[in-house]
Structures are given as C-alpha cells and as structure tokens.
Design a protein around this ligand. Structure first.
Ligand SMILES: NC(=O)c1ccc[n+]([C@@H]2O[C@H](COP(=O)([O-])OP(=O)(O)OC[C@H]3O[C@@H](n4cnc5c(N)ncnc54)[C@H](OP(=O)(O)O)[C@@H]3O)[C@@H](O)[C@H]2O)c1
Length: 232
C-alpha cells in the first residue's frame, strides 16, 4: 500500500538487491516510497533515507531505546551518528556522544547532553553505565564499548559483526538497514517539525560520481555526500 500518486515528490531507501540511485532514473517498488519532507529540498531529502533509517532502526527497532534511558552513540557527529544523536534526544533519552574535532561541538548542537572528545579522552574512563550503546565505528571502539553497558544493557552496531568475546558477554546486534516507508514517513514528519535535520557535507553533479565516492572515504567529511541530478 502507498499513499503517493503520480507526480508526487517522493523519497526512498532502495533495496540492496538492485542497482542503486546514482542515476537519473531508478525503478523503485511503490511500497518503498514515502512523500518527501515538505520543508526540505531534494538534496537534504536525499541525505535522509539510508543514514536516517540506519539510526532509526539501530536505536528503536534493534536497540529498543526508551525515554529516560541512557544511550552512548559512537561516532555521534557522523553520517549515521548525527541522525542517531537527534533521534535519541527526540525520544527523550539521555544522550552521550563520542566524537572528535569539530564533531564535538556538532554533537552537542544536535542535542547530546554529554560529548566525549575521543582525541583526548577514552570514553570507557568517563562514561557512567548506559542502557544502550549504538556503534557506527566498529573495530576497537566497538570492542571497548561493552565495558560501559549496565548489567542487561544492549549493544547495537551498524559497522560490523561484534567480536565473539563481546557477543558472549552482552546482548549485541549487528544489522543491515532495511527499506521501510512507514519509518520514512515518520522521519519526514520529524524533519518538517524541525526535530531532525540532515547535515550536508558536499553536493556533486551526477557526472562527478567518482569524485563523490572519493569524498565519502575522506576522514574530513562531515555529514552526507549527495549526488544531484540537474536537468538543463
Ligand atoms: N549496516 C548497515 O546497514 C549500515 C548502514 C549505514 C552505514 N553503515 C556503516 O556504518 C559506518 C558509519 O557510516 P557513516 O556514514 O556514519 O560514516 P561517517 O560519516 O564516516 O561517520 C563515522 C564516524 O566515526 C567516527 N570515527 C572514525 N574513526 C573513529 C575512531 N577510531 N574512534 C571513534 N570514532 C571514530 C568519526 O567521528 P569523529 O571524526 O567525530 O571522531 C565519524 O564521524 C560505516 O562503516 C558504514 O559503512 C552500515
């Protein structure tokens, strides 16, 4: 079922089982389509589905985050993390972010109650026990994060499968984001209410797609890299 009609402006997260959206035209199952946020332009709307849904599903579907709980977000100013920080705050959680450089101030401005600067401080030395860790970094950071969970706490990661010794000790979930139009409808509503705002790092025309993907890999990137289709 879908509530969109011919000619409507829509947005979607496409399935990973088909070619992507780095194209002028893309075929998308109608059930994936949601009306695009009214108050965002096409560039900002395009930045939302993949990372916004990853944050939504990580915090709420897999993480079961409730108002009043404490959540630690690893990579709180990153592509997925900056949505997670805003969504966790909107849910009414106590939000602790880990970031570095200008990411510290960005995470704070997005609603984090506390931000640990990873360039000076190890989060496990200063963070009081949390109900949920949402990891967007993986590796050593993911492995160390189990230490800050309260008894019975949950660890959710989008980065990679947690190491076996972590998965033995705590409830740890790795997931791959799924298309979900109902969640996109909710994200559009939150964007239109001003509760969630996508951060745009840079915008590339479609014929500079190679440069766009190169930019995605650069550590200095802040927010989402967007491809724009410009019609003459
Ligand atoms: N499973 C899925 O469905 C799914 C969906 C989307 C994304 N992903 C994956 O999720 C990961 C994050 O994606 P993204 O778009 O959010 O990437 P991103 O924009 O590059 O953000 C990652 C963040 O990690 C932080 N970081 C980098 N190295 C770190 C370290 N050593 N210690 C602590 N923090 C560190 C950086 O924050 P600071 O610079 O502020 O420290 C950066 O903002 C990627 O691996 C991506 O492939 C998976």
């Amino acid at each position: 079922m879908t509530d969109v009609a011919k000619g409507d402006a829509v947005y979607a997260r496409m399935g990973f089982d088909r070619d992507g959206a780095a194209a002028e035209y893309a075929v998308v199952p109608a059930r994936f389509l949601a009306p695009k946020p009214r108050t965002l332009g096409h560039v900002e709307s395009a930045a939302l589905p993949l990372s916004g849904l990853s944050a939504w599903q990580g915090l709420f579907v897999h993480g079961g985050l409730q108002a009043g709980e404490r959540v630690l977000i690893l990579g709180a100013a990153g592509g997925v993390g900056h949505f997670a920080t805003q969504l966790a705050r909107w849910r009414g959680a106590h939000v602790i972010g880990v970031a570095s450089g200008d990411g510290v101030e960005i995470a704070r401005s997005l609603g984090a109650h506390e931000v640990v600067d990873r360039s000076t401080t190890k989060f496990e030395d200063v963070v009081e026990p949390v109900d949920l860790v949402f990891d967007t970094v993986g590796g050593d950071v993911l492995a160390r994060s189990a230490a800050v969970l309260r008894q019975g706490g949950r660890l959710v990661t989008v980065a990679e499968e947690p190491p076996a010794d972590v998965a033995e000790k705590v409830a740890a979930t790795y997931f791959v984001v799924k298309p979900d139009r109902d969640q996109l409808v909710e994200l559009a509503r939150l964007a239109d209410e001003g509760a969630v705002r996508p951060a745009i790092d840079s915008v590339f025309p479609l014929d500079e797609v190679r440069a766009a993907f190169k930019r995605v890999m650069e550590p200095s990137k802040r927010g989402k890299v967007v491809l724009e289709v410009v019609h003459d």
